[in-house]
Ligand binder design. Structure first.
Ligand code: PMV
Length: 345
């Protein structure tokens, strides 16, 4: 390796929330109004890959996302880079001159960006994780920095089942993610993603959330009366590997999140007719099977994420292919699993 150049490459997976984060109490620090809980998918599936080169000879900082140059001065990118560098400087974790070198960042997703498939979660988790490797902050807490890029990104710093505690401090230092259980705790839990539409979403989560916090009545009820109990039941369901409870809470929370979106004024509509059909078919499927075999959840987009046990994957896939036989309803199977990987040069 050239001594005036240092390079790292990392991959980070997406996470799919089963208790949704929706609403901020502090927009610039990205502090949420409620705790959330998610499952991190395997890095073999949906993920972001980021390469960062720091070079004494570079004259500019550069950011390239999916082959296109982005504005490096973007507020969120700046916040992440500045915060990581400040911590590295404070701890003296790397040579001082390395912090002065300009950096070139190249990042790509292996799935559609901003289509409600959690691209910002894996993207910012990967950016912050890569920066932490570059500046040698390996054992430090970095989920609060990933959070400053995109809230849900803090959960992608860990693998398995991950909770993001909202925290109570004004500076957000306690608004961090932690692992509830490793992926190996429940290896036969799978995720099936039904891509209903992979075009860019109309209302971004930042503006949707801001509008909900100001205009929705239901959001207050959710935050105070529903989420704390749901986090408790979900954690217990995961500990007990109780699929039926896990599925019930997941579906109820997805429905409530979208009810809040409709209670927002003007409403934020993320699910479409196909999404609603999927919901109906799944309830019907579970009823006729005599047990809950599959759970749906929808983020800020029309695509469905289905949670199910391995033994039911075949049966559910054939059911999905039966109801949506044509090719424009793409479907794919993804398993979830291991923590963020790091490949150093
Ligand atoms: O992190 P953001 O700003 O992309 O917000 C994500 C919000 C949801 O995906 C809808 C819910 C969640 O908890 O991931």
């Amino acid at each position: 390796m050239d001594s005036t150049q240092l390079s790292v490459t990392c991959i980070a997976p997406v996470n799919i929330a089963v208790i949704k984060y929706w609403g901020k109490r502090n927009e610039s620090l990205i502090l949420p109004i409620n705790d959330s809980l998610s499952v991190t998918l395997s890095t073999a599936d949906l993920c972001s890959k980021t390469k960062i080169i720091a070079d004494a000879k570079f004259t500019d900082n550069v950011m390239i996302l999916n082959g296109k140059e982005e504005n490096f001065e973007n507020e969120r990118i700046q916040r992440c880079v500045k915060e990581i560098k400040a911590r590295a400087a404070e701890l003296g974790s790397c040579p001082k001159e390395l912090l002065e070198w300009k950096i070139h960042i190249e990042s790509e997703n292996n799935f559609p960006t901003a289509a409600g498939l959690a691209s910002s979660a894996s993207g910012y988790a990967c950016l912050v994780y890569s920066l932490a490797q570059l500046y040698d902050l390996k054992k430090q807490e970095i989920s609060d920095i990933a959070r400053m890029g995109s809230g849900s990104a803090c959960r992608s710093i860990y693998g398995g089942f991950v909770q993001w505690q909202k925290g109570i401090q004004l500076d957000g230092k306690d608004s961090i993610a932690f692992q509830v259980a490793p992926a190996s705790h429940w290896p036969d839990l799978h995720v099936l993603i039904l891509v209903v539409n992979d075009s860019k979403k109309k209302i971004g989560s930042t503006s949707g959330m801001a509008r909900s916090v100001v205009t929705s009545e239901l959001i207050k009820y959710r935050v105070e009366k529903c989420v704390p109990q749901r986090i408790h039941s979900m954690t217990q369901a995961i500990k007990d590997r109780d699929f039926s409870k896990f599925a019930e809470v997941t579906m109820k929370d997805s429905n409530q999140f979208h009810a809040i979106c409709l209670d927002t004024f003007p409403p934020c509509v993320y699910m479409n007719d196909v999404s609603h059909e999927i919901v109906n078919y799944i309830h019907e499927f579970n009823r006729t099977e005599g047990e809950t075999k599959v759970a749906y959840t929808f983020d800020a987009g029309p695509n469905a994420c289905l949670y199910l046990l391995e033994k039911n994957v075949k049966r559910v896939l054939s059911f999905v292919n039966h109801i949506f036989p044509n090719d424009n309803q793409k479907s794919a199977e993804y398993v979830r699993g291991i923590p963020v990987e790091y490949e150093s040069e």
